[in-house]
Design a binder for this molecule. Structure first.
Ligand code: ADP
Ligand code: MG
Length: 733
């Protein structure tokens, strides 16, 4: 059979058996022997830097103090010496533009100085570069004639050597900003949001512990992904161009038996994971867990949590090396949020917590009453922030891909609710109902004893997990589960940090006001907490977030449920969004507007590409296969008639013939209609209206077209079907 599907299917097992081996000598080495061997950190920096430069770098990483140019030059030459010793010839400023991937432009250390060839890398080259980045999105912040954008070194995320694939490159994590200083990337506002939260949280910490000078944010992400055979993927234009299947009949056996989750890992996937881990360790990404996920061919990995800026860089880097490692194994990684209809999609849980420079996790219930009040303060303020700014959090995870996943009965819904478990619910209820009375009666002590005796029970609460909540408290951290698998976590983290910073700032002001009125410190804190508990209660939900009943109840409670990206992004126009981002010093109104435009444009383009690919698949693959099979049936019926068989002997064939005709007709007409709609929608000048029309009109055509394609896949002779089927894609041998 002369078709890519079958040649791929024949190759797959052969390739699979050849690819069980890992491509590295480190398979059986101790992780600690080579961990971070490609990172400019730890002992290496001591070895390659002067004492002065070393101290300055360490201080800068710890407390964000700026590094002066002279020291930067020393660090640059240390980095160069290290890199050259490791066989590196080029360096690049590595950054994360708003396209969602990473960008790099390589330069050689090699230079010519008065006719003499030398290897050079000075402080200026380390600290700042000016890539010609005119084609990267800027949302109007930068006109093409003023294409200049700068990358600026981020000393808090260590430089690393990328040696996967061909060549070795020294990569320097950088922020990307425009000529006028506007942020054009994820890192710049992330760093600002971390600082803003640091200030707000430290101020609040001081009520409890004067020794706290700094609060940093931790992130532990859990990355879900699918693995499919690379050559089968290549036979699917939709996977290659959209990262997901746009059509495909569900397999007889999907995930109904629930036999994949935590099942034994298929050999081929295991070989991939081992090597991914090894490459990650070499780059200092501290991977900790690996397992199968709920869907067939779906997996997950998660690292030990890290400071959020480094954690985000590590996640972006991981997504990058996943693709490279997969290639070596003849596999393709799918990071799309919904690669297969009817089968669980992929997310990226973001585990978020706050930690003081004295080593205390502010979201961990403490052992002393004072620590517990501190815990409750941060816990309740986070809930309040999520309640008050639910729409912003929803927008922070909006993307064309995530729209297919959110609310698909296997992923958190687009309604941002908070799960905290039974014991904490009781604690909050108790504060809410009793604090006011107790305080009025000057009876703070009774109350405190009650509360604090109960809190140790929280530790038992860790098992009380609710997987259906988009924002859940899990013992010592909050877990934001609605983040898409392919997303840059920075987007969600920027928003979360900013809204919590704002809420803590307001809380601080309120406590000060109560104290001024004559309340004791603890009394003022409790009263402010009571107020926060009452006003944020609406967003707390302990039940099944996937149920229809919750959708109704949420509507009743007045919680928003924005199912599409264009709709979810509208909040960026609101006064509230503009104010919080600019007040917290994270994004100026112009930067926020630019982000909004870029996200809308990204959405439009993705749906546009999907619509085109769907049209192509229908006209070039589906209809031709159906027609070919129809011809075979016609020949068969004619033959039977010639041989004077009875009508009933070709009844089934005729039924299939007419069903095929119906579906072909539907597909043909619907595709034509979709093309007409697209042409009309493309002419809509206003970007917001165009994005909405892409969602409401163009994307709305997909379901019908797909329905008829999938029916044909079911009817047409397997031998004629040109596209690898779900059952083939989803079974890794
Ligand atoms: P789950 O049971 O949800 O799969 P785990 O408890 O194994 O998850 O943790 C998942 C992620 O949460 C890991 O990346 C882990 O490092 C991270 N994590 C654990 N504690 C914290 C914390 N205090 N702050 C942030 N992330 C954390
Ligand atoms: Mg988790």
């Amino acid at each position: 059979m002369n078709n890519l599907r079958f040649s791929s299917l024949m190759e797959a097992p052969v390739r699979a058996s050849g690819q069980m081996e890992t491509h590295t000598s480190l398979t059986y080495a101790k992780i600690t022997d080579y961990y971070a061997c490609n990172v400019f950190t730890g002992k290496v920096i001591q070895e390659y830097l002067t004492v002065e430069a070393y101290k300055s770098l360490v201080t800068s990483v710890k407390s964000g103090v700026k590094i002066d140019r002279k020291i930067a030059s020393q660090i640059a030459s240390g980095m160069r010496a290290w890199a050259i010793d490791k066989g590196v010839s080029h360096y690049t400023h590595w950054f994360q533009p708003l396209t969602g991937t990473t960008a790099e432009k390589h330069d050689a250390f090699f230079s010519i100085d008065e006719g003499v060839p030398i290897e050079n890398f000075d402080g200026d080259a380390l600290v700042q570069q000016e890539p010609d980045a005119s084609s990267l999105p800027s949302g109007g912040l930068r006109t093409t004639f003023e294409a200049r954008g700068y990358t600026a070194w981020d000393p808090s995320s260590p430089a690393f050597i990328m040696d996967l694939g061909v060549g070795r490159t020294l990569c320097i994590p950088t922020a990307f900003i425009s000529y006028t200083g506007a942020s054009l990337d994820f890192k710049t506002p992330l760093l600002k949001s971390i600082e803003s939260l640091n200030q707000a949280a430290t101020a609040v910490c001081r009520y409890f512990d004067q020794r706290i000078n700094n609060v940093h944010v931790n992130l532990g992400w859990e990355q879900e992904y699918f693995l499919v055979d690379a050559s089968l993927a290549r036979a699917r234009p939709d996977i290659m161009q959209c990262g997901r299947t746009i059509i495909g009949h569900p397999p007889a056996k999907g995930q109904q038996l629930e036999d994949h989750y935590f099942g034994s890992i298929p050999d081929r996937a295991y070989a991939f994971m081992r090597e991914l881990e090894i490459e990650s360790y070499r780059l200092g990404i501290p991977l900790k867990t690996r397992h199968n996920e709920a869907a067939p061919a779906q997996f997950e990995c998660a690292p030990i949590f890290e400071e959020v800026n480094v954690a985000v860089d590590h996640n972006v880097l991981l997504m990058n090396i996943m693709e490279k490692v997969a290639k070596r194994h003849g596999l393709k990684v799918l990071l799309h949020e919904k690669p297969f209809a009817g089968i669980n999609g992929s997310g990226k849980h973001n585990n978020w917590s706050l930690q003081t420079d004295t080593g205390i996790n502010l979201l961990k219930p403490g052992k002393t009453p004072n620590n517990n009040l501190m815990f409750l303060t941060f816990f309740i303020n986070t809930i309040q922030a999520v309640h008050d700014y639910a729409d912003l959090l929803r927008a922070s995870i909006a993307s064309a891909g995530n729209d297919y996943r959110l609310g698909a009965h296997e992923a958190p819904p687009a309604i941002v609710s908070i799960f905290i478990g039974r014991y904490l619910t009781e604690v909050l209820d108790e504060i809410e109902s009793r604090v006011g009375n107790a305080l009025d009666k000057q009876d703070e002590n009774t109350l405190k004893i009650d509360l604090h005796q109960r809190i140790p029970e929280l530790f038992k609460d860790n098992t009380d997990r609710n997987r259906t909540s988009p924002f859940a408290f899990t013992g010592n951290k909050f877990e934001f589960r609605a983040v898409g698998a392919s997303a840059n976590s920075a987007s969600a983290m920027i928003t979360l940090n900013t809204i919590v910073a704002d809420t803590l700032t307001k809380f601080d002001a309120r406590v000060k006001k109560y104290i001024k009125r004559g309340e004791t410190k603890d009394g003022a804190i409790l009263r402010a907490l009571q107020r926060a508990i009452s006003s944020s209660k609406n967003a707390r939900f302990e039940g099944d977030g996937y149920s229809e009943k919750w959708v109704e109840e949420a509507a009743h409670r007045g919680l928003s449920n924005k199912k599409t990206t264009p709709h979810a992004l509208e909040v960026y126009n609101s006064e509230k969004a503009i104010t919080v981002f600019s007040k917290m010093g994270v994004l100026t109104p112009a930067e926020l507007r630019a982000r909004y435009e870029i996200l809308l444009e990204d959405y439009i383009k993705r749906i546009q590409i999907e619509a085109r690919v769907l049209g192509d698949l229908c006209m070039n693959n589906v209809i031709p296969a159906a027609v070919r099979y129809q011809n075979r049936l016609i020949t068969n019926v004619r033959g039977l008639q010639e041989l004077k068989f009875e009508e009933r002997d070709w009844r089934v064939q005729k039924r299939i013939l007419s069903a095929i005709s119906t579906h072909v007709l539907e597909i043909g007409e619907r595709v034509e209609e979709m093309i007409e709609i697209r042409k009309r929608v493309n002419k809509i000048a206003d970007r917001e209206a165009r994005a909405s029309a892409y969602s409401d009109e163009v994307k709305a055509c997909f379901t019908q077209i797909r329905y008829h394609c999938d029916k044909l896949e079911f009817l047409v002779d397997d031998q004629y079907w040109p596209l690898p089927k779900y059952r083939e894609l989803l079974s890794l041998t």
